[in-house]
Design a protein around this ligand. Structure first.
Ligand code: FES
Ligand SMILES: [Fe+2]
Length: 381
């Protein structure tokens, strides 16, 4: 059911929010039918994060990326480009890659079933005993391509045949976070999580700090929840920043910076933690001294994988003493993540109750209402 509309101005900021902000109904977290529609209209249609460029360095390196019930091979080609293809053999449709990651020997992608071979650009190169098959032309049987776009050292993919231009969908990202020089940063740490909740609950949880005083006492000390400013309220990139009370602080166990400021980060950004949902599967949090991001992948209507990564400048990663100090940020975010995941899983259970219909958002949750509308709009398209 669509929440009702109505508008008012808030905190002098020039955007309008609805007067009556109702949450989504419970079926948006539990209905297999709605979930299938979301896969179709969102995950198989929109730009979304696949990986970091650094995860496929050499020609032939690949990752097998799950996208809903699809599977995509993302690989580095001979020329150094990154290409992506459906993980579906053109012979009889077998999934070619089974491992999460690997390296294609001799730059050949070979189906394990009957040995059809493709080059890294997806062209069919070898098909045993097919030469004399009437009307068979190898040129017609390349792997189906998936669109790729790189931004900030991230690799985005889009499974649609005619996707919306990346710039139109993700325009708010372009030119943002230049000071962090994101392409230069490298993964310093990775924590994989698997949760029993709908993918939208994680995005919602990430975008409001109404829950912080109760759920995250330490986080609420470093960034009181009233300090949240939302500067992006529409489209695929939704979010804003929070100001830290402590001078040159960061989100760590003791509130002190975990590393030197990243690249050219200066001025007000030294006091801010940014939180952006890059809809539908990236949560991006540039801190003054590191970048945190979460990669969300639905596994089913009530289950996701949630991979948490920390990015740092390679100079910091190469310094054992600095990395020892950085553990304070990892510990802080692992603790905070687990606090969040627990309430998200409880919300998944509660919204499944026969008594739950829909709830009412607080003013601090206006951004969730915007997020919900983004989902509803996509489902109607
Ligand atoms: S299904 Fe791939 S070679 Fe037969
Ligand atoms: Fe939280």
């Amino acid at each position: 059911m669509n929440p009702q509309n109505g508008t008012f101005k808030k905190r002098g900021i020039d955007y309008e929010v609805p007067e009556e902000m109702f949450t989504l109904t419970g079926d948006y977290y539990h209905s297999e039918e709605i979930y299938q529609k979301e896969l179709e209209k969102i995950f198989y249609k929109r730009w979304q994060l696949a990986c970091r460029e650094e995860q496929i360095v050499e020609p032939g390196d690949y990752l097998t990326v799950p996208v809903g019930e699809e599977s995509v091979i993302v690989s580095r080609t001979k020329s150094g480009d990154i290409k992506a293809h459906f993980n579906v053999c053109r012979h009889r449709g077998t999934r070619i890659c089974v491992e999460e990651k690997g390296h294609f020997a001799n730059e050949i992608i070979q189906c394990p079933y009957h040995g059809w071979q493709y080059d890294l650009d997806g062209n069919l190169k070898g098909a045993p005993f097919m030469r004399d098959v009437p009307g068979f032309d190898k040129a017609d049987y390349g792997l189906h391509p998936v669109n790729v776009r790189q931004w900030g050292g991230f690799v985005f993919i889009n499974l649609a045949e005619n996707p919306m231009p990346f710039e139109d969908e993700m325009g708010a990202l372009i030119g943002r976070f230049e000071a962090w020089n994101l392409p230069e940063l490298r993964i310093a740490h990775h924590i994989p999580y698997r949760l029993k909740c709908n993918w939208k609950l994680i995005l919602q949880n990430y975008q409001e700090c109404y829950h912080c005083p109760g759920v995250h006492p330490l986080l609420a000390d470093w960034t009181p929840f009233q300090n949240a400013v939302h500067d992006c309220m529409e489209g695929a990139v939704i979010g804003g920043y929070m100001t830290m009370t402590r001078e040159r602080g960061s989100m760590t166990m003791d509130g002190e910076a975990a590393a030197p400021p990243v690249c050219d980060v200066a001025g007000e950004d030294l006091q801010r933690v940014h939180y952006y949902s890059v809809y539908p599967n990236l949560l991006l949090s540039p801190h003054p001294d590191f970048v945190l991001y979460h990669l969300i992948r639905p596994v089913g209507v009530g289950e996701i994988t949630n991979d948490c990564y920390f990015l740092l400048h390679p100079n910091v990663i190469g310094d054992a003493e600095k990395m020892e100090r950085f553990k304070s940020a990892i510990e802080f975010w692992d603790m905070t993540n687990l606090q969040d995941w627990a309430v998200c899983e409880q919300m998944q259970l509660g919204t499944g109750s026969r008594r739950f219909e829909r709830g009412r958002y607080a003013p601090q949750e206006d951004i969730l209402y915007a997020l919900d509308r983004e989902v509803l709009k996509a489902l109607e398209d």
